[in-house]
Write a protein that binds this ligand. Structure first.
Ligand code: ATP
Ligand code: MG
Length: 255
């Protein structure tokens, strides 16, 4: 998800303040609750978020993550910090509609890399919900699923880069998307996030906050290209992801 475009809801709602409360990544366990054996809706760690009735904020990081890299991780972490998010869930797109022009790495491999990349951050989790859903991946379906799953005290905050937010009005059922979450658009080197764009969002039904994050001019395309050319991707992603790419022979020309 997120690939398709990005959005939020804005002027109708108060701005998202950063919260002083410490970040709480762990799922809230209800007293006496027996561990569920059912497949999780979002993820095992996050399915009970907000179940205690306390206000909670869930950051949603959508993307193809082919592969996940430090740009994704750093921007999720900085939005988490700035907006006092309780957790950020990375949701790799099953079949991204905006990436039909190239072969996308199988979903299970992109999912595995997301898990490896995020496991050291207790505030991060990964959901296979878009992959499990099958068919074309639309953010509106994911947000509807999230909204139906979580109680109203859980606020959904969709995180998107400057390139992706610019396409938000082209998203499938974009008007519906606008009503389902707030959006935080982060800066990304090479893409514009300016007053003109801000004005466009203000006139729309989306609520989009802009956040300047540490500029990292890294992209999955660049990582794929580097691997295919036999170049190093050290430091551009987590070392476990790099090892996975190497062990599974991803992005090599002969694959
Ligand atoms: P590709 O080059 O294959 O398009 P990508 O690096 O753009 O990959 P995506 O999976 O397409 O990664 O992006 C997922 C989300 O992360 C999008 O909202 C995108 O804008 C954001 N994002 C990706 N890289 C960065 C970065 N370096 N800085 C800020 N945001 C980023
Ligand atoms: Mg991209």
């Amino acid at each position: 998800m997120g690939e398709e475009t990005l959005a939020s809801e804005s002027s109708a709602r108060a701005p998202l303040p950063g919260r002083a409360t410490p970040c709480r990544a762990q799922a809230v366990s209800l007293p006496g609750e027996v561990a569920s054996r059912r497949a999780p809706v979002v993820s095992e760690g996050l399915d009970n978020l907000g179940a205690d009735g306390a206000p909670a904020r869930l950051g949603i990081m959508g993307g193809t993550f082919d592969p996940i890299h430090i740009g994704h991780l750093a921007c999720a972490e900085q939005v988490r910090e700035a907006y006092g998010l309780d957790a950020v869930v990375f949701i790799p797109a099953g079949s991204p509609v905006f990436k039909r022009d190239r072969d996308v790495t199988p979903a299970d491999e992109r999912l595995a890399m997301c898990r490896l990349a995020t496991e050291s951050n207790p505030a991060f989790d990964v959901s296979a919900m878009e992959i499990k859903r099958g068919g074309d991946t639309y953010t509106v379906d994911t947000l509807r699923e999230l909204r139906a799953h979580y109680p109203d005290n859980v606020e959904l905050v969709f995180i998107t880069g400057a390139d992706a937010v610019a396409k938000i009005f082209r998203w499938h059922e974009s008007e519906a998307v606008a009503g389902l979450a707030r959006f935080v658009a982060v800066t990304r080197p090479g893409y514009t996030l300016d007053d003109e764009m801000r004005a466009t969002f203000e006139k729309s039904s989306f609520t989009v906050d802009f956040l300047e994050v540490t500029g990292l001019s890294v992209s999955s395309s660049d990582l794929r290209r580097r691997v295919s050319e036999g170049k190093s991707i050290r430091y551009l992603t987590m070392s476990r992801v790099r090892d996975y790419i190497c062990e599974h022979g991803l992005y090599r020309k002969e694959r």
